[in-house]
Design a protein around this ligand. Sequence first.
Ligand SMILES: [Zn+2]
Length: 396
Amino acid sequence: MRWLMGGRVLDVVTGEVRRADVGIADGRIATIGTGARRDPDDDVVDVSGSWLLPGLIDCHVHLTLPTDAGDPVAASSRSDAAVALYAAAAAERTLRAGITTVRDVGGWNYVEMAVRDAIRQGLARGPRMFLAGRLLSITTATVDYYPGMYEVADGADAVRAAARRQLARGADLIKVMATGAMLSSETEDSRAIQFTLDELRAAVEIAHDNFKHVAAHCHAGRGIHNAVDAGVDSIEHGTFADDDALRKMAAAGTVLVPTVCASELLFRDAAAVASMPPHLLERMQSFNDLHVATLRRAHELGVTLVMGTDAGTPGNHHGMNAWECVFMTEMVGLSPLESIRSATLHAARLLRQDDLGHLDVGAHADVIVVPDDPLDDISSVTRVSTVVAAGDVVGR
Ligand SMILES: [Zn+2]
């Protein structure tokens, strides 16, 4: 048995904080409370004076994408071996920052699946990984930027086949590009509708028939309408959503993954900004205020936000993921507790993982220790002192 002794534990369901010792066995929480009896050979970690939260869950990462270069072309011709080594290091950095679970919504030639397997086998350190494999897209010149990430499929039958290929490779979800992207080729309009309703329905059919969920990249409002009508589970970004689209999401229970880090962390990284092609930088700058305003409106209208950063885009470094919680609180208007719930409870629900995202007996022992009261100062989640992943103390 391992003990995290003397800390204050946040119950993310009730929002209450209580003094409790957490006992861990076989990767799960075995007991939680005060006055428990310990054996002399138990392993004790003293966390007195600190706060304990569930490990954070980032529902939008690209572990295989390098964050230093502003120009996507610079990374387009890497060998798969180089990508795998990079992704393994990115996974470890992410875990050490307190992100104990990630959803990768666009990998690279499936090397991220090898990284996931290596982590499971104990050959590498990293978070639990839920993977989309390649993302599904219409024909677009953006493939030149991300040749290992895009799976082009035009027409419903081609989409069904492409979705099946991801599942056969071991995908845990399907990612679809319902609209144009920001970090895309000059000829691709980020406001354009891409997959048709018919094509989106085809992707959802295959995913849901196989007990998997669907993440839809969407900026344009009509793309969101199509995606919600098709039955997708999460909308990524949501930049141009109007009230109609947001109300539709709230009514359908479709969650929104904000990815504020993609622009906020880029703007803080002078080297990434300097090396970014002009058309990309212009888009990131001109749509940022609108994106944040849309997220605020989504929150007001009752749309559930689920934490996701887009880590892997330029300047959006792996391991800085928890800043999304800070941005959701300071820029989007969530309370600290709401922003923690978006990175724990709500994220686990999207991933259909009942045993993640909360600290209760029987849940996975994914725990982070932070130095200050996160309900008082949300930036505390960016200063994680200890990470426990499946009961193991990371770094010991
Ligand atoms: Zn992304």
